[in-house]
Structures are given as C-alpha cells and as structure tokens.
Design a protein around this ligand. Structure first.
Ligand code: GLP
Length: 242
C-alpha cells in the first residue's frame, strides 16, 4: 500500500482524477468502479473537465457503482444513482449498456448481488476502484465486522452509517439496509484509490493506517492490497504519527 498526502482537497482531487483518466487512456475498455459520497465530488468534476477538454472516448469504458441504499429509488436525490447522474452521466457519454449499478428497488435484491458478481467475473475483474471511507471505517457498505472475503452482499446498516447518511437526503429518511460490492472485489481489483479529506476523517484514518488490520475497521484491508493507494489531504492526515 502507498500513502499520499496532499496539500489540500483540490490537489488530492486533481491527482485522483488523473489516475482515473490515465486508466481509461491506457485501456479503452477499462472497468472502473466508483463510490458516491461527498469526498469524490471534486474528483469527478475534474474527470468530466479533462474528458471533455481532451475529447477522450469513453464509449467502451464500463462503469460499476460501488453500492446503493436498499429501498431508495433512483430519483431520490440521496441515492447513489442520482449522485452519478448529477456528477457523471449527465456530462459524459457512457454507453448505457456499460453502466452497472445495484437496483435498489429490485424485488429480489439477492439477485442483484448475483448479477453484479457475474458481470464483474465476465469482465475479468475491475481495473480501477475509487472508494471513500465512512466515519466507522466502512468501504462501500462493508460495515465493521464484515468478512474480508465477501463478494456482493446485502447489509444491515450500522448506526453510524444511518445517522451520517442523512446528510445526503433532503428530509429525514429511513435507512435500513445497503447493497454493496464486497472487500473480496476490492482485493481482486487492479488498483484501488481510497480518498479521504477533512479533519472529521482524521481519527478513522489513523485507525485505518496505524491500528491493526482487522474487519473492525474494514478500510484497514487497504494495507493488504498490493496496488492500493490511500490519498489524503493534510487535514485527514493530521493525526498520523509520522
Ligand atoms: C457512504 C457510502 C460510501 C462512501 C462513504 C463516505 O455511506 N456508502 O460509498 O464512500 O460513506 O462518504 P463521504 O464521502 O460522504 O464521507
């Protein structure tokens, strides 16, 4: 694992954006898995800017959504679907047939897990994953206690996730379960970027990097990834010992 600390969120986001764009430029049919959330918003703005400016063809790129709130419809502004529509799809020409996201309203959510696992297997895995970190150390909806060897699964959300998650919604919303790629997907991905910014992430980042590698802090799995990069701004790195 590599650790990169940036002066501020702007520098961090520019670097993360160029990692995404470089992956696409090196492999026109790259498989990219992205997280929603506040953290990568500026990164995606830069990705859009570069792709538009340099007229990069993304017709063959496959997009995989990392996770979704179960039972929250795609037109709800707090859903991951809505997020990606706002920040990526309305600006960039992905092929609709190359976009895979968990359908939160599916009658049998477990089939969504099977569908996603199959898609990823058929694509021969994910080339680049960009993830954030929850206040409790989760990645996607891999909550504390999750076995490291899981593929897609349905999760009962942690209390922290339910309360922090309210920030994405206009009004108080009942959040019970999530659907997410698993940490086994992360370990099988070619390259993984974990982004964190701001002082509020400093403590969980310290636990992730300096605590034991354990599913109590799921993000600590990043330290076992041969091509994992933790990218922080100075504030998120402020409690690290070295
Ligand atoms: C959310 C999502 C994650 C996201 C994380 C951090 O609950 N399930 O995919 O990366 O928590 O979110 P934020 O970037 O808003 O801090």
């Amino acid at each position: 694992m590599q650790l990169n600390i940036f002066e501020d969120n702007d520098a961090l986001s520019r670097e993360a954006a160029s990692e995404i764009v470089n992956t696409i430029q090196q492999k026109s049919n790259a498989v990219i898995c992205l997280a929603s959330g506040s953290t990568p918003i500026l990164t995606y703005k830069y990705v859009v800017e570069i792709i538009q400016r340099d007229k990069i063809d993304i017709a063959d790129v496959t997009f995989i959504g990392l996770d979704e709130w179960l039972g929250i419809p795609p037109d709800n502004e707090g859903s991951c679907h809505y997020f990606f529509q706002q920040h990526l799809f309305q600006h960039l020409r992905f092929s609709a047939s190359n976009i895979y996201m968990f359908r939160a309203m599916a009658e049998r959510p477990i089939s969504e897990c099977e569908r996603m696992d199959k898609v990823i297997r058929h694509l021969n895995g994910i080339d680049l994953m960009l993830v954030g970190i929850g206040m409790n150390g989760h990645i996607g909806f891999n909550e504390p206690g999750v076995p490291f060897n899981k593929y897609s699964h349905i999760v009962d959300l942690d209390e922290t996730t339910v309360s922090v998650g309210q920030k994405y919604f206009k009004e108080a919303t009942v959040l019970k379960q999530g659907i997410t790629l698993g940490l086994q997907h992360l370990m099988e991905t070619g390259k993984v970027l974990l982004l964190a910014n701001g002082e509020k992430k400093a403590l969980i980042i310290k636990q992730t990097i300096e605590g034991e590698i354990s599913n109590k802090v799921p993000a600590s799995i990043m330290r076992q990834h041969p091509n994992g990069i933790i990218m922080l701004d100075k504030e998120a790195a402020s409690l690290l010992s070295h």
